[in-house]
Design a binder for this molecule. Structure first.
Ligand SMILES: Nc1nc2c(ncn2[C@@H]2O[C@H](COP(=O)(O)OP(=O)(O)OP(=O)(O)O)[C@@H](O)[C@H]2O)c(=O)[nH]1
Length: 359
């Protein structure tokens, strides 16, 4: 466990935070490049598959790459260093590798392809530099092939075919490994951003469907839920509830006490909706809706349970009643029609003395 933590610490010291995958990958590629150049120098000296000029140049490039890493990782110059490194790849690394490492028969094309992928991702939001860098990498083999054709003596040739095959194979494995890391991190970043967008969309929808005072669904939430229920052709009923003489209560006890009563009833409605696998909605003011996957009779029973639970709520100025209308949805019935029917029953309940449930 201790070892794991210390490796994590070393990686984060070298590469930065994983939550910044572009910086993280960039630092990783820089350090791997420095290591690959060091390895190349040893490999080329040992096997003699490169000329002295290329070997000295590669030796000199190691501290240059470390400097770029240092500036990017510790001096906050990520963007500037990304541009320098991308252009260093196309203008220095590819031509020198071409001259010193077998020309068109060496691994430079592989290097060019990896550089193209890396530059396209690294400079993704710096359009001008990206396009210019891409054009340079794509076009740079043209003069190099030309030089190779006109002055073949300038190109270091492999002493034999076996060494060429070894060099190409080792280069392919190293470059393939770097490309995998780049792509993996790119997709990780893409996935992180997609997850973030999905989360924010969900949050936004949640907030847009929520009543701020009671945290119940609002009319928008009811619309969505109704559509889902109607499309599933499942049986459901609508209960419209309205607190009785709420204006009077507000006038007598004050608006904030009125809010307390609204919140208290909302809590009871929410619990009931959860138990019955439906939803509780605040339509507006002191009017609420329960949409329950029940027939009308069961919805009435459920509403009676709301009356009982609400009567047990400890309200400072005593029990408050409500009236309700219950209507079961007909097949293919629209929301407006169902609301109208339930509302008519509520109106009737109010007219017949309040504090009752009609269906
Ligand atoms: N405290 C509080 N009051 C609200 C809110 N929204 C609406 N109201 C009040 O609710 C009252 C509704 O009054 P009415 O529509 O006349 O209904 P009522 O007095 O309940 O009468 P009946 O429905 O016939 O029993 C009004 O006084 C509104 O100001 C709110 O968010 N908080």
């Amino acid at each position: 466990m201790k070892k794991k933590i210390s490796i994590k610490k070393i990686l984060s010291w070298l590469l930065g935070s994983k939550s910044l995958p572009f910086q993280y990958t960039h630092h990783f590629v820089l350090l791997v490049c420095a290591a690959v150049y060091t390895f190349s120098v040893c490999f080329n000296i040992a096997l003699g598959v490169s000329d002295d000029f290329n070997i000295y140049l590669q030796m000199g490039l190691v501290p240059a790459i470390i400097w770029i890493w240092y500036q990017s990782r510790w001096k906050g110059n990520f963007h500037k260093m990304a541009i320098i490194f991308a252009y260093f790849l196309s203008l220095v690394s590819i031509p020198t590798n071409w001259l010193g490492n077998g020309g068109s028969s060496g691994p430079t094309y592989l290097m060019g392809m990896a550089s193209l992928i890396y530059l396209s991702i690294l400079l993704r939001d710096i359009s001008l530099y990206r396009r210019l860098g891409q054009a340079l990498i794509v076009l740079i083999p043209i003069p190099l092939v030309y030089i190779e054709y006109l002055y073949p003596e300038l190109i270091f040739s492999y002493p034999d075919d076996t060494l060429r095959q070894i060099d190409l194979t080792v280069s392919f494995i190293l470059i393939g490994f770097i490309v995998i890391i780049i792509m993996e991190n790119y997709f990780k970043r893409f996935q992180l951003e997609r997850e973030k967008a999905e989360y924010l969309t969900e949050q936004l929808r949640f907030l847009s469907e929520q009543d701020p005072l009671t945290s119940l669904y609002n009319r928008r939430g009811l619309d969505r839920y109704f559509e889902e229920k109607a499309n599933s052709h499942a049986l459901f009923s609508m209960v419209i509830l309205d607190l009785d003489n709420f204006k009077h209560l507000n006038d007598q006890r004050g608006h904030s006490y009125g809010d307390e009563v609204l919140c208290s009833l909302s809590g009871v409605l929410k619990d009931r909706a959860i138990k019955d696998k439906g939803i509780a909605v605040r339509l507006g003011g002191e009017e609420f809706v329960l949409l329950l996957p029940l027939n009308a009779e069961d919805a009435v029973e459920s509403t009676k349970k709301v009356v009982a639970a609400f009567s047990r709520e400890k309200l400072a100025h005593g029990f408050v009643t409500f009236s309700a209308g219950v209507a079961q949805a007909e097949p293919e019935e629209s929301q407006e029609s169902l609301l109208k029917r339930a509302d008519a029953l509520l109106y009737k309940a109010k007219k017949s003395g309040r504090a009752c449930i009609l269906m």
